[in-house]
Design a protein around this ligand. Sequence first.
Ligand code: ATP
Ligand code: MG
Length: 381
Amino acid sequence: MRIFSGIQPTGRKHLGNYIGAIAQYVSSQERGEGIFCVVDLHAITLPFDPAELRERSYDTIAILLAAGLDPARSTLFRQSDVPAHTELTWLLSSLTELGRLQRMHQFRDKSLAQRELVSAALLLYPVLQAADVLAYRAHEVPVGEDQREHLELMRDVARRFNSRYGDGEDVLVVPEHRISQVGARIMDLQDPTSKMSTSVGSEQGTVYVLDEPKAIEKKLKSAVTDSGSDVRRDPQKPGVSNLIEILAAVRGVGPEAIESELADARYGELKGAVAAAVVDYLAPVRERYDALRRDERALEAILAAGAERAEIRFGKRHIGRFGIVEQGPDFLLKSWCLRHGSPDGNKRHEESQRGPKAFPHGCPREFAARQPNSPLAPSIN
Ligand code: ATP
Ligand code: MG
């Protein structure tokens, strides 16, 4: 089984990311072949600073390694190092309903929060996400609850592709999401009606994976709670419900177990128990992180090896001209060259590889320039 998931390098990663996604990535290594991606191209859908983005990408990959992702077992890479993601996005955008993108909750929330530019990239975010997963024919996508809607879209795009262009075959795998029972939506501690988030949300309401123990304690002990005094989950008690959920997720038990354990406790005791458990939970990650983060050359080497492996993974069997091409990672270039889609398109592509004369419909300049001996090829001094 192939497992794919991506994580943004924006801001600092938080407890919600850790419980809802990263911890799942780590355990999924026991079940299948993991492909995990630092999605820097998703991060640029909101205003960004390039130097900062580079730093945050290193931070994020170091957190993933510190959490226990093993580059010998899993493919770890940076999205922008593998250009096929963006190229496939364009192809899949032709199969995606505009209206549905406009109705996506994340697009609506993030575009409302934007003061200046609401980018077209923000709208297309779920198509890029579909390309990320579908490119590798992944079967399973571990994510938090907030991604359910995007996963549904991706599944529909894959089905539409297969029915239109698959010629009776499931060329694209329709992936399943894997959303954990406990901790799939950790809420902001200061506003427990909003999810803990990398890009929006309050500093005091967000526990970062790399926070010092003192900061973690302070944030959890000043978490907003609700009226009443019972430690139990209730839609009317979002603050207390969130703390119960966090404690359950960190301890690896169901929330009922926490409710019965703390049946006679007060809110203060609940907060103290959550703070102690979260400090213990994150301490080993923070300890391993420092050494890993310091060595940027080693991080780059891991990312480069991962990108190479990722390219091999999607190259084996893919789509060209909205038909099937079995070999070569340049399937997307093929799809451009064969864009007129005649039935012998793939054959013509094979011929075109042998010499520049064989592009019956003309070839994009960029592709031609990449051919050996092409007069368009840039000279290297
Ligand atoms: P943003 O709010 O800007 O989208 P984010 O905090 O959601 O950022 P992402 O990199 O988009 O960070 O998400 C990485 C993974 O973490 C995704 O699988 C997402 O579903 C999961 N996740 C994000 N927030 C939470 C949360 N509060 N609780 C549980 N899982 C979460
Ligand atoms: Mg997100």
